[in-house]
Write a protein that binds this ligand. Structure first.
Ligand SMILES: NC(=O)C1=CN([C@@H]2O[C@H](COP(=O)(O)OP(=O)(O)OC[C@H]3O[C@@H](n4cnc5c(N)ncnc54)[C@H](O)[C@@H]3O)[C@@H](O)[C@H]2O)C=CC1
Ligand SMILES: O=C(O)C1=N[C@H](C(=O)O)C[C@H](O)C1
Length: 248
């Protein structure tokens, strides 16, 4: 059966690419495209089953609130997730247990593999730092991917009995050592010409390991978005990370 899909944030960098990908998918029908200022009621009027939400951290909660209270499954890649926000959406899903919500910090297969490889490496190296590099129009820092990667690394270190990293630096300009995400330093570069890149650097006695991923075009995110839309309608509740829909 054809899946009726809407895109919210349809004029954005990733949203405009998603519009084309959904329109070209043989098992999907693009039923609505919403931009800033559009009425969210257009979603139900168009009979959308799934909304692909790709907007802004300031907009995502309002869009999810509407969708999850109007019987619409959601795939979102928008950033800005905190424990408090996750708890709020879990509450909305409790009120609509038949609905699925996928929150994907990154839709690209390479980035997801990079995160998984980093989780494995985290057990074996004393030091680790994350450097994420993005285009200069990005709304936030650090990236959702880098934050999630650092959280996964910290959890893997804790599970392996490794202590939280200590930073011996005593004198520095504020910010010089990056942001601290669960004890993992995260550095954010913003540069015209880049798209989305990340390198996770591990170090131990006499060796380093760097796991690097580069998204060179927004097309890198499209197979993940389409997979997410197909899977979310048969997966009630919150799914955090596209890796749960992959055979990893
Ligand atoms: N998970 C992933 O793999 C990826 C996630 N992203 C994230 O997606 C989000 C969007 O990124 P970009 O496309 O680069 O930003 P963008 O600024 O190019 O596009 C966002 C679009 O959303 C629109 N918008 C804002 N609020 C809206 C609302 N309430 N209703 C409808 N439309 C609204 C804006 O007008 C704009 O056209 C960011 O949070 C970014 O980090 C981006 C690329 C990949
Ligand atoms: O804004 C972007 O471009 C991206 N945002 C996501 C993030 O913050 O991790 C995913 C990807 O890095 C591209």
């Amino acid at each position: 059966m054809t899946l009726r899909v809407a895109v919210i944030g349809a004029k954005g960098r990733i949203g405009s690419e998603a519009v084309e990908a959904v329109a070209a998918a043989p098992d999907m029908e693009l039923v609505a495209t919403l931009g800033r200022g559009s009425r969210l009621e257009e979603l139900t009027e168009a009979g959308a089953q799934v909304a692909v939400e790709l907007t802004h951290p300031d907009s995502v909660m309002g869009n999810l609130d509407h969708c999850l209270h109007h019987g619409i499954h959601v795939v979102t890649g928008t950033t800005g997730w905190t424990e408090e926000r996750l708890s709020t959406v879990r509450g909305w899903l409790d009120e609509a247990p038949e609905l699925g919500l996928l929150i994907a910090p990154n839709f690209s297969i390479g980035a997801i593999l990079g995160m998984r490889f980093s989780q494995i490496a985290a057990r074996y190296f004393e030091s680790v730092e994350v450097v994420e590099l993005h285009h200069d129009g990005k709304a936030d820092a650090p990236s959702g991917t880098a934050t999630r990667t650092a959280q996964l690394i910290a959890a893997a270190r804790a599970e392996a009995g490794r202590p939280v990293q200590q930073d011996p630096t005593t004198h520095s300009l504020p910010g010089a050592r990056g942001a601290d995400v669960d004890g993992v330093p995260v550095h954010a570069v913003r540069l015209r010409g880049l798209l989305a890149h990340q390198q996770v650097m591990f170090g131990d006695t006499g060796e380093t390991l760097t796991i690097r991923h580069d998204s060179l075009h927004h097309s890198s995110f499209m197979p993940g978005i389409l997979l997410g839309a197909r899977k979310v309608v048969e997966t009630p509740g919150l799914t955090l990370g596209l890796e749960h829909f992959l055979d990893l």
